[in-house]
Design a protein around this ligand. Structure first.
Ligand code: ADP
Ligand code: MG
Length: 635
């Protein structure tokens, strides 16, 4: 006789159930999804002992007629799809017809259900998958399902469950996520007779977030509404000063379904890059809406990983959504939305400031020489990340940026045929067409009247702008300005040939490190040669740095390279840019003239990137007049 047995229905049901139902939280997830698919507007979940002994889910959805109640518990019984073609455009949460069968196979289940056009409902009870009883009952429209004694017939599984409290937590986590993805439904969780969560179901996502996570989280959020290439991104992201120590609070939904996706996470964090400190993470509740046929949800039911047909476009949508949202939350710009009548004032606006000696300095914006980098769309869209390519078009011109990091190789493709003329207007060499008017100048025209009050601790610049008191960290601001300029200068390869080359004495170890990294140093914009035994001669430097102490900067690079050999950082190139910027920026104790501070302030105002230093510390903090008055008890 052969060795192969065909398993009986009960055994095969148990095995199949194990695929879908791992713990009480998986039951809650499946049943909630059914209630949502049934178009409910209020759903209550009650659990006892972490759901192991008792789970009840009551909804006010469509309900079922008797015939459907009878077959609902059969494996592969579903009302949501009919044919294989339907798999390509699934819009419901469920579609496999496995949940009820699986749950019933490993517990004692009781379900009552009624549709609105029936006078009576149906009640069914099952044990280990077998129907014990089915009857007519009086009940409200909707469905109630009670699951008792989970895994009563699979003791081995029961052993794997965690403590009650930990199972209760994971149920609560599931409900949070589902509640956030459906703010139009009111969810209530009762655990051992206590109400744990209750969302209002008024359709407002922020209210749902508030109900789930509390005020501290909900008050630190900025709304996101963005669309790119048919993908829309909606929800909330944390402001740059409210970060977390881990990623637990990053919630992503794709077409309202909770997912885990590396693409989404990386895109979010890239958007915050250089705006939050290393080791801190932004949080979010973001729903990404993609055409249903571009996402594969047909992965394992218990898994929440998602695959996109085109990960790149999803990345871009989230990345740019975050970027543009953060820049719209800019404290400098939002506090000073140009008001109706400011047009004239801006044209005439002068920059008045009073030092302690009462010297008045007047500067007319329009006459000021202004510096511009590459056109802002180009800069904004530059994704500074490993192995990420971006190309986009703006104002009829195509810019292409590419940086690939493979085996530590850096490769920047610079925009073709674009140059900046003396007025920093970007023109296409081939056609003479103006690609971008001087963006800084444009932005400064909207700058409201600002009064520099002075300096504090030789570190901060104090100033007044409309109804706000602002405090600017000199070093942090300057550092970020240089950092941005360096990035740009690397891209467009803006170098200065030194009339007088600089000779720098280096140690043997430094020489070694420099020689090992000639190519990278050249990409940074430095051209150097060995000069005698223990010196190098630097002939070209990045244009941005031509007025700084090159030998300090250069030695710094050498030492960072030595450090990196011992302790390899993921992105040494960016690390070098940081350190050059830090080295070149004004220091806290430097004395600066009011003109210098004014110039600094203008540069900060003109460029929304300059809100955090390259390490993520804020550059400027603001306090509104009303906040101050509140603190001082005036209002
Ligand atoms: P699926 O959700 O994949 O279709 P299930 O086993 O979860 O499979 O449910 C089987 C069927 O039972 C569903 O297709 C639906 O028609 C019906 N059903 C389950 N739960 C509910 C509910 N709460 N309200 C109305 N109908 C339900
Ligand atoms: Mg289902």
């Amino acid at each position: 006789m052969g060795k192969i047995n065909v398993l009986g229905k009960n055994v095969s049901e148990l095995i199949a159930a194990g695929e879908v139902i791992e713990r009480p939280a998986s039951i809650v997830k499946e049943l909630l999804e059914n209630s949502i698919d049934a178009n409910s507007s209020a759903i209550t979940v009650e659990i006892k002992r972490g759901g192991i002994s008792y789970i009840r889910i009551t909804d006010n959805g469509y309900g079922m007629i008797k015939d459907d109640v009878e077959v609902a518990f059969l494996r592969h019984a579903t009302s949501k799809i009919k044919e294989s073609d339907d798999l390509d455009h699934i819009s419901t949460l469920g579609f496999r017809g496995e949940a009820l069968a699986s749950i019933a196979a490993v517990s004692r289940v009781e379900m009552t259900s009624k549709t609105s056009d029936m006078q009576f409902g149906t009640k069914i009870s099952l044990e280990g998958g077998d129907i014990l009883d089915i009857d007519e009952v009086g009940c409200p429209t909707g469905t109630t399902i009670i699951v008792r004694d989970l895994f009563f017939n699979v003791p081995a599984r029961l052993k794997f469950l965690k403590r009650d409290a930990s199972e209760a937590n994971s149920i609560s986590g599931i409900i949070d996520k589902i509640a956030l993805s459906h703010p139009e439904i009111s969810f209530k969780l009762i655990s051992d007779n206590k109400i744990k969560t209750h969302t209002p179901g008024n359709g407002d996502l922020l209210s749902a977030i508030h109900a789930v996570f509390g005020k501290e989280v909900s008050s630190a959020l900025i709304p996101v509404q963005y669309e790119l290439n048919g993908i829309s991104v909606n929800g909330y992201i944390s402001n740059t000063s409210a970060t977390r120590t881990n990623r637990a609070m990053q919630h992503f939904f794709v077409n309202s379904r909770y997912v885990k996706s590396k693409t989404c996470m990386v895109a979010l964090e890239e958007g915050y890059k250089n705006s939050v400190m290393i080791g801190r993470y932004p949080f979010c509740v973001l729903d990404v809406t993609v055409p249903v046929n571009t996402v594969d949800v047909n992965v394992h039911p218990a898994k929440i990983e998602v695959r996109f047909v085109n990960e790149r476009v999803v990345f871009d949508a989230i990345y740019f959504a975050v970027k543009s949202t953060l820049s719209s939350d800019d404290i400098l710009k939002t506090s000073s939305e140009p008001k109706k009548n400011t047009q004239i004032r801006n044209l005439l606006s002068t920059f008045k400031s009073q030092e302690s000696e009462q010297t008045n300095i007047e500067t007319v914006w329009e006459d000021e020489p202004v510096k511009a980098d590459v056109p802002s769309p180009y800069k904004d869209n530059f994704v500074f990340s490993n192995s990420i390519k971006t190309s986009f078009s703006s104002n009829e011109a195509e810019y292409k940026v590419e940086k690939t990091v493979e085996h530590n190789e850096f490769n920047y493709i610079k925009p073709q045929n674009l140059i900046k003329n003396e007025e920093n207007i970007v023109v296409d060499i081939d056609t003479g067409e103006i690609i971008e008017e001087n963006p800084v100048k444009k932005s400064l025209q909207n700058m409201p009247f600002v009064r520099v009050i002075g300096e504090l601790f030789k570190t901060y610049v104090l100033f007044e702008m409309e109804d706000n008191f602002l405090l600017l960290d000199k070093h942090a601001a300057h550092e970020r300005i240089i950092f941005e300029k360096l990035k740009t200068s690397v891209l467009v390869d803006d170098r200065q040939i030194l009339l007088k080359p600089i000779i720098i004495a280096v140690s043997t170890e430094e020489m070694q490190a420099l020689n090992d990294n000639v190519e990278m140093i050249e990409k940074l914009g430095f051209l150097f040669d060995e000069f005698g035994n223990n010196s190098v001669i630097v002939r070209e430097v990045p244009l941005v740095l031509s007025s700084y102490n090159i030998s300090n900067i250069f030695l710094d690079i050498a030492n960072k390279l030595i450090e990196n050999r011992r302790n390899v950082t993921s992105d040494i190139f960016e690390h070098l840019l940081h350190s050059i910027a830090c080295r070149s920026a004004v220091k806290a104790n430097d004395t600066n003239s009011i003109e210098d501070l004014t110039e600094l302030l203008k540069q900060v105002y003109a460029d929304d990137e300059i809100r955090h230093c390259p390490h993520g510390r804020p550059v400027v903090v603001a306090m509104s007049k009303s906040e101050i008055e509140k603190n001082l008890g005036r209002i």
